[in-house]
Design a binder for this molecule. Structure first.
Ligand code: WT7
Length: 635
């Protein structure tokens, strides 16, 4: 029993050693003691990273919603499961009890069934942060359908690509969404997307904004009347531990977005166990993660992890700046939030505003502060620590990825002493390795390398939907028998890890993972553009912003540059979404290339960052002269 909740550093080291010496025995004990299984496993783990293949709790049977909802009904039926805080502070918050959540999930599950959804079918969820979103995920899980949530800030194009890639037959959306002062026509975006999605037969529409929308006869149905009619109980489908629970798309450095597939048993065990320890969750806590459920952070640490522990999880519909920059702190005070989990980009944005926004609120309920999505810079770390935590709430800088399913490297608050900018120690069961250029592991401390993981953990993604080969190539081919993360890291004198950032062509903008290739492809579709390259450069709020270098076709040279810039960004907004817009666009006559024709983004990155002191050897470039031209005209 004692291993489930780690309370001091000695215990962390002891449990960590145990989890590494005998991972199977360790995870078996955790799984056995803290979850509800319909049938136990025949084998705890089988794995082979060269295939790659990973199976946890083989042949075990369960339903994750029985673990997240049903088993709490006798002890916590009246307790708030989801605390919904609307965009508009004058609209009342909703306290959805476990009992109520059970009913709502069952009704939604029955509506899905009545609309032909069966075990293994994919359902696309394109909803704002309203209770129906969490309910939809759980309803899919209830009947064994695989949910594919698409963040409701993505464009119709991005939505269509994701719907088609995983062949979803049903979409759940809403008439619109509220974000601060704006309201967004979500249903309109879905309608455009579905012009290219012949496989979608049904669209269920939740009412949120009461906007005037068009309903397509025979395809679109209002959700509420169906829910009203539906039966309030639904027998949970018995799933295999390795049945897919969901698909979630993430950007790669090349090609189309990757549909990461997470399975049921291991994902449940790992997200629940990390939630308990990394947030030091206790029964009466009010836990708030500000992420959107459209990202992995929301899946694992708004929905599944907290609910598996019977927690109260806050779902916030709004934005940090509305009605003013005090909104986060107003909500913390109002609901007496105990754990607050957000992204460095939000912290940096709030740190720029008047201190009164923070100081006017009573934040004394806070016990743990979390950070996720990108490296947290030292200044932001101190601001968060001093002004929000009042030097009294440890900061957990949690490093992980869509692919890892759960937090991998992080302090355990009140257990691990923290150091700004360090994610500190690997979590229980996680075996990191730093690799050098020659593919050798760098041992010892005070070293730097590419971050890999040597041994499977329960919530590792099992494949990329429909493309297992790409899964192998992306994560298991760089280093033999190791999972490669794409990040660089250093390990200091005491063994703490500091993540130094991506080593591939993925750029993290405001905590959002953006691949260079899809954005460049979009830019290149503009009729006046011949070629382009984008790189990240430091930005004091977003962490990184995008800098685009664009070569125009001959006729494009005569066009107005600012109009072109607007058109390019408009095109990016339509194809990918506003998060991928470029902050700077420089028109160039060439791009630095190697003799094999590869764009040297390393050089462009330095120029864009005003870090031209040491560009390295450029003499081997195909066109070294272009570097000066680009530097001279740098924006
Ligand atoms: C990439 C994964 C995990 C949820 C959000 C992002 C970067 C994430 C940290 C951190 C430094 C971080 C990495 C990683 N990242 N957390 N605490 N410190 N970098 O998920 O979109 O899959 O992005 O985000 O570069 O590889 P994602």
């Amino acid at each position: 029993m004692s291993n489930y909740h780690i309370k001091h550093l000695e215990e962390y080291f002891q449990v960590y050693r145990k989890s590494v010496r005998n991972p199977e025995a360790f995870w078996e004990e955790i799984a056995e003691e803290h979850f509800l299984w319909r049938k136990k496993w025949d084998n705890v783990l089988s794995w082979d990273f060269s295939k790659p293949e990973v199976k946890w709790f083989e042949n075990a049977k369960l339903n994750i919603t029985e673990n997240c909802i049903d088993r709490h009904l006798t002890t916590r039926g009246e307790k708030t499961a989801i605390l919904f805080e609307p965009n508009n502070p004058n609209e009342e918050a909703q306290h959805i009890s476990y009992y109520e959540l059970h009913k709502r999930v069952c009704k939604m599950a029955n509506v899905l069934k009545e609309n032909g959804v069966k075990k293994g079918d994919r359902v696309c969820i394109y909803l704002p942060m309203i209770p129906e979103l969490a309910v939809s995920l759980l309803a899919c899980a209830r009947i064994g359908a695989i949910h594919s949530v698409v963040f409701a800030g993505f464009s119709s194009n991005a939505l269509a690509t994701r719907i088609n890639d995983s062949d979803c037959k049903l979409v759940i959306t809403s008439d619109g969404s509220f974000r601060g002062k704006k309201s967004i026509d979500l249903k309109g975006i879905v309608d455009v997307a579905l012009n290219d999605c012949p496989g979608v037969k049904t669209v269920l529409v939740a009412k949120r904004t009461n906007a005037e929308i068009t309903m397509v006869e025979g395809r679109d149905k209002w959700l509420q009347p169906l829910l009203d009619e539906a039966y309030g109980d639904c027998v949970a489908e018995i799933m295999d531990a390795e049945d897919p629970l969901f698909i979630l798309y993430t950007s790669g450095s090349t090609g189309t977005p990757k549909g990461m597939v997470h399975t049921t048993g291991g994902y449940m065990v790992y997200t629940a166990y990390t939630f308990k320890n990394i947030f030091q969750y206790k029964e009466n806590d009010i836990y708030w993660c500000t992420a959107d459920i459209g990202w992995i952070t929301g899946h694992s640490y708004i929905v599944y992890g907290p609910l598996a522990n019977g927690a109260t999880t806050v779902m916030f519909e709004g934005v940090p700046s509305y009605p003013d920059f005090g909104r986060f702190w107003e909500v913390v005070e109002k609901h007496k939030v105990t754990q607050f989990y957000t992204a460095p980009t939000a912290i940096r944005a709030l740190a720029k505003e008047n201190m009164d926004f923070v100081e006017n609120h009573d934040l004394s309920s806070l016990k743990v502060l979390g950070s996720v999505g990108e490296p947290i810079n030292e200044e932001a770390w101190h601001w968060y620590n001093n002004n929000v935590g009042k030097n009294n709430s440890p900061i957990v800088d949690t490093w992980w990825q869509t692919e890892t399913g759960g937090i991998m490297i992080s302090p355990i608050p009140y257990v691990t002493p923290t150091t700004p900018t360090y994610a500190t120690l690997p979590f229980i069961g996680i075996q990191p390795a730093l690799m050098d250029e020659n593919g050798q592991e760098v041992k010892g401390n005070q070293v730097e390398g590419r971050l890999c993981i040597k041994y499977p953990w329960p919530s590792i993604a099992r494949t990329i939907w429909g493309n297992h080969e790409r899964y192998r190539d992306t994560y298991f081919s760089a280093y033999k028998d190791k999972y490669f993360t794409g990040d660089g890291a250093l390990r200091d004198g005491v063994g703490y890890y500091r993540i130094t950032g991506r080593v591939d062509d993925v750029i993290i903008v405001s905590g959002h993972n953006l691949g260079t290739a899809p954005i460049e492809d979009t830019i290149n579709e503009h009729p006046a553009v011949a070629e382009s390259a984008i790189v990240g450069f430091p930005h004091d709020v977003k962490g990184n912003a995008l800098y685009g270098y664009v070569i125009l076709k001959e006729f494009g040279e005569t066009r107005d540059r600012d109009n072109l810039r607007n058109e390019i960004n408009q095109q990016i907004t339509e194809h990918i979404g506003p998060i991928a817009k470029l902050d700077k666009i420089q028109f160039v006559t060439g791009l630095p290339k190697t003799r094999s024709g590869k764009i040297m983004r390393r050089i462009l990155r330095k120029i864009a960052s005003n870090d031209t002191g040491n560009l390295g050897d450029i003499s081997t470039l195909l066109n070294p002269e272009i570097v000066k031209e680009i530097m001279d005209n740098s924006l």
